[in-house]
Ligand binder design. Structure first.
Ligand code: SF4
Length: 556
């Protein structure tokens, strides 16, 4: 039976994957074929409820052995003939020399004539078939529902066996397809699915015009964790009892639970212990390194993503020029810049606002990346000319008034340029982490060329968010007086932030990412932090052919 559809499909499929396939073929494909996984409370609670049967225990004598079968836990079974491999939670001796597999489920027993939903019955039947294949007499199994503390008997009758074998056949066909099935449409299963945050079923279906329904609010993933920034020079960051500990001169300055950290960002001369690095890599938490001056110099992370197909498509589309994507991100950037000017500039520069609209329309139709570069340059000049009219006052900050004629950096020569550069560096770091987590190569972009070690894809996605996240943050910091002259130092004409100044900006940046906005297309409330991830995933959906167009995040 195994391998009868495609020789690339592994010979043995885990029975657990049959369960996923019956729940949703796309879920099966993402998990098994693409090795993509995410936990939610259901999976974490499931693992906890399962702990009693996860340890191998008991002997499992074959029917011909003299020793009688009693009970075995976590029993490994496989059959090339059936094409299935499984780890049975528990197998007990039943009446008349039969053996009975018992599968543990964390939830309540459903009120169904069949005793349980199809995915659980099929998975259990697969284990039963493996036991039969091994020579045991096995005609039924039990599902133990931990929340109801009840066992439900499932008979392996002809109908269930036929259903199980036909699902197994369909599963192999879907695996051989090479592309995932489309997301379920308006299904009540999705909000409970652990992969909803990376599958984006409603968002993909809305953009692919498979439904008219508004997207449901995204289920929060591991949204409680936050980046941890260590800016104190000369500190050591180590691991102790599930916590990240920051110390200096043997004195403990702070400690944070590991599970509350989504990234560790170290600035300047800060040492990170190998033990902590290894733990963070195992948990897929990246460590981002910044120079003392705020330059994002690199990151350490675990093994690369297994989502090979996404990277393959990224290379193909980049080699074709990626113009359609570049147009969307630049158009989005110009529209968001225009909105910032329209909302904040006093007096309102109507000519600039009008010209930015024309340039955004031109960007949407640009015939080449070179043309797009010209349009973007013209828009940036107009926009930064209007930038000082959005600032209440910056004249008393080092370097004097913002030099809009030329954005300057390395080192910036006035405080506003210094704030913009640091903000862009933080945004680039955030998107480098996000694109890497989604499975992209952050260095291969569609608008920015992969030169000088630039994370070109992160820079591409940063375009539409520069006005919304960084420039809007700079306006808030300056106009609310959250930063003053003492937060900057001037050396040889270059302006940089003091340690305290950098802390204030970093805090403001994280606050900005935590700000909730209404998504212009999907209409739900969402933080900017999540928006970055959704945009990266939608770009992935485009590359994988699930939607036809990348849509930039544009506010009104
Ligand atoms: S979110 Fe919905 S469509 Fe996507 S994998 Fe899960 S169940 Fe399937």
């Amino acid at each position: 039976m195994a391998g009868d559809t495609d020789t690339d499909v592994p010979e043995l499929v885990p029975a657990r994957m049959l369960n996923e396939f019956c729940y949703c073929p796309r879920l099966f494909f993402l998990e098994w074929v693409q090795s993509r996984f995410a936990d939610n409370t259901d999976t974490v609670e499931g693992a906890w409820a399962h702990r009693a049967v996860d340890r191998e225990e008991g002997r499992a004598p074959l029917p011909d052995d003299e020793e009688p079968f009693k009970v075995a836990r976590s029993l490994s079974l496989s059959s090339p003939n059936l094409g299935i491999v499984a780890k049975a939670d528990l197998v007990e001796a039943g009446a008349d020399g039969k053996v009975v597999p018992v599968d543990h489920k964390k939830g309540r027993a459903p009120d169904l004539a069949e005793g349980a939903w199809e995915p659980e019955r099929v998975q259990l039947c697969a284990v039963g078939l493996l036991l039969q294949e091994a020579g045991y007499d096995c005609d039924h199994g039990m599902l133990y529902f931990a929340a109801s503390r009840r066992r439900v008997r499932i008979d392996f009758d002809e109908d269930l066996i036929q259903l199980t074998t036909s699902r197994l056949h369909q599963l192999r066909e879907v695996a051989a397809e090479g592309t995932p099935p489309p997301p379920l449409v308006d299904s009540p299963k999705c909000p409970r699915c652990s992969l909803v945050g990376l599958c984006l079923p409603d968002e993909t279906n809305v953009l692919a015009e498979r439904t008219n329904r508004t997207a449901r609010r995204l289920m929060p993933g591991a949204d409680d964790a936050r980046p941890l920034h260590v800016t104190e020079q000369g500190t050591w960051v180590t691991k102790s009892k599930g916590r990240v500990v920051i110390s200096k001169d043997r004195e403990r300055l702070a400690s944070v639970r590991l599970i509350d950290v989504s990234q560790l960002c170290v600035h300047g001369s800060v040492q990170v212990s190998t033990q902590l690095l290894r733990e963070l890599m195992a948990e897929d938490v990246p460590v981002c390194f910044f120079s003392y001056g705020g330059w994002f110099s690199g990151m350490a992370h675990g093994l690369p993503s297994k989502h090979v197909e996404l990277r393959r498509q990224q290379v193909i589309v980049a080699a074709q020029g990626g113009l359609a994507i570049a147009r969307r991100v630049i158009e989005g950037k110009i529209r968001n810049s225009r909105t910032l000017v329209r909302r904040n500039a006093r007096p309102k520069p109507d000519t600039t606002i009008g010209s930015l609209k024309v340039l955004a329309d031109q960007a949407a139709e640009a015939a080449s990346v070179e043309t797009l570069l010209g349009i973007e340059g013209a828009a940036a000049r107009l926009y930064f000319e209007a930038f000082p009219t959005m600032l209440k006052s910056s004249g008393d900050l080092p370097g004097g008034l913002f030099d809009f004629a030329q954005r300057n950096r390395r080192p910036p020569r006035d405080a506003i340029n210094c704030l913009l550069s640091y903000g862009y560096s933080l945004l680039t770091k955030e998107l480098t982490v996000t694109t890497l987590a989604v499975g992209f190569d952050p260095y291969l972009g569609f608008y920015h060329r992969p030169r000088y070690g630039r994370p070109a894809l992160a820079l591409d996605l940063a375009e539409e968010f520069r006005p919304l996240v960084v420039e809007s943050m700079v306006l808030t910091l300056v106009n609310n007086g959250e930063l003053g002259p003492s937060d900057f130092v001037v050396r040889a004409g270059g302006v940089s932030l003091t340690r305290e100044g950098r802390r204030t900006v970093t805090r403001a940046f994280e606050r900005r990412l935590d700000t909730e906005v209404t998504h212009p297309i999907f209409k739900y409330r969402i933080t900017y932090r999540r928006v970055l991830e959704v945009q990266a995933r939608l770009l992935g959906a485009l590359l994988l052919g699930e939607i036809d167009e990348y849509v930039a995040f544009v506010t009104r």
